[in-house]
Design a protein around this ligand. Structure first.
Ligand code: UD1
Length: 426
């Protein structure tokens, strides 16, 4: 059978100019969508990005009985008639974020059966903390044949508030437990909680739905459970990772670009590193203007928020591959997230690896080459490198890129890039 394999063909070396618009945050939208399972009312989310992951999450919710209607960047989710507490394996397997369903399903239905999400290209990605937390809220959890079954014993099948200390500040565990605790009987505290902006976005949505939550964005979150939640109309925050990628597009092409909307506090560590690298950043209310002629080497280490985000490590490495001097990049969050190094080397980057550290010696010019995006953010790193490289870069592995970037080539072409999406026969 002939399979069409799309690829991007980038003619590099062009300066960019103008404005790049940032879509709604993928990682927020995915978890906010799962929150529709907590109420029988309609939940309207706005500023939802048009991504394949969002479509996949919509299909999983629809399989549970949720009415899903998309119109433009809005999505209406009607959880009034949930018929299932067990999303089908085939759908869940294609999207790790579908595991988010377990918290709200358990809180609303008293039971949930969700296939264990697999590892992925960047690491093993366990859900130990999610399970530990659900148990602390009174659920009985068993894992058999690759399926997590959680049941709330007792007459009213209602979770009970509890004290949870996470061993690591897992974003997914914090979000799962916040949703579960929102409908629990009594008070829950989550200590060592993740502080990412997407956690705060979920808390704000849940509060808009009637939940009682304090402390989101700090290491201790307190949730006073309520009996029921109601519908809401809520706009997703801008995608800080897409915004960071766009700022890096300006930096790697030594251009001046406006990127908006940007919430600077969501990108604190990234903006600081861009300034350290020699970029001028001018916030102008809704957005940020970046301009630069030269890039200096620097060191960076990925950390939980408010540290430097792992999701921008690969894109930032592309920039540092073109810097003056030698940079050290340490990946602390995921054990297998340096696969883009080999691809950047194909483009003439000078990088040595030692465990989770990459030593990047900047080169004067990258050279276009056929490369493969090995995961979502690695694909973005390849596109950035292609923008700066001499000649033509061909990026394959777009199934990853399309999960997290809405019309990346269309947006970049509108500011002066030359990128074509082509299909050929595998
Ligand atoms: C989320 C983001 C992802 C981002 C990551 C870290 C979504 C949909 N995805 O993923 O883009 O890269 O946060 O910012 O929001 N861990 C454990 N035990 C657990 C859970 C996690 O050891 O039970 C470890 C992981 O292996 C990893 C670290 O904690 O080393 C961070 O993982 P986590 O914050 O859970 O990431 P996700 O929520 O999966």
């Amino acid at each position: 059978m002939v399979v069409a394999k799309p690829r991007l063909e980038i003619s590099g070396g062009r300066r960019l100019h103008g404005e790049l618009r940032v879509s709604g945050a993928k990682n927020s939208a995915l978890v906010l969508m799962a929150a529709c399972l907590l109420t029988t009312d309609n939940l309207r989310l706005r500023n939802v990005p048009p991504l394949t992951d969002i479509t996949a999450m919509g299909e999983i919710l629809a399989a549970l009985g949720v009415g899903v209607v998309r119109s433009g960047d809005a999505i209406d989710l009607d959880g009034g008639h949930i018929t299932q507490a067990a999303p089908p394996y085939e759908l869940v397997n294609s999207l790790r974020a579908s595991f988010f369903c377990i918290g709200p399903l358990l809180a609303r239905m008293g039971m949930a059966q969700v296939p264990l999400p697999g590892g992925c290209q960047i690491g093993s990605r366990p859900v130990v903390e999610h399970v530990k937390g659900l148990k602390a809220l009174g659920a009985q959890v068993t894992i058999e044949h690759g399926v997590v079954t959680a049941v709330v014993p007792g007459r009213d099948h209602r979770l009970t508030g509890g004290h949870i200390h996470l061993d690591c500040p897992s974003v997914g565990a914090t979000e799962t437990l916040m949703m579960a605790a929102a409908l629990a009987d009594g008070e829950t505290t989550i200590e060592n909680a993740a502080q990412e902006p997407e956690v705060v976005d979920l808390a704000n949505l849940l509060i808009a739905m009637g939940a009682r939550i304090r402390g989101a964005g700090t290491p201790t979150i307190t949730i006073d459970g309520v009996r029921t939640l109601h519908g809401a109309d809520y706009a997703v925050i801008p995608d800080r990772i897409e915004a960071g990628t766009f700022l890096l597009a300006a930096a790697i092409t030594r251009s001046t670009l406006r990127v908006a909307p940007v919430i600077p506090e969501h990108l604190g560590a990234v903006l600081t590193k861009l300034e350290d690298a020699g970029c001028r950043l001018t916030p102008d209310g809704e957005g940020v203007i970046l301009s630069t002629e030269r890039i200096r080497a620097l060191d960076l280490t990925t950390q939980p928020f408010p540290g430097f985000p792992t999701d921008l490590q690969a894109p930032f490495m592309s920039l540092l591959a073109t810097a003056e001097g030698t940079s050290f990049i340490v990946e602390n969050i995921f054990e297998n997230r340096l696969q883009h190094v080999a691809e950047l080397q194909r483009m003439g980057a000078s990088i040595r690896m030692n465990g989770n550290t990459a030593c990047v010696e900047g080169v004067a010019r990258l050279s276009g080459a056929p490369v493969h995006g090995t995961d979502l953010r690695a694909s973005a790193a390849m596109v950035l490198a292609g923008l700066a490289a001499d000649g033509v870069t061909t990026v394959r592995g777009l199934e990853y890129l399309d999960r997290g970037y809405a019309d990346l080539e269309g947006k970049l072409n509108a500011v002066g890039a030359s990128i074509r999406r082509l299909s050929d026969d595998a």
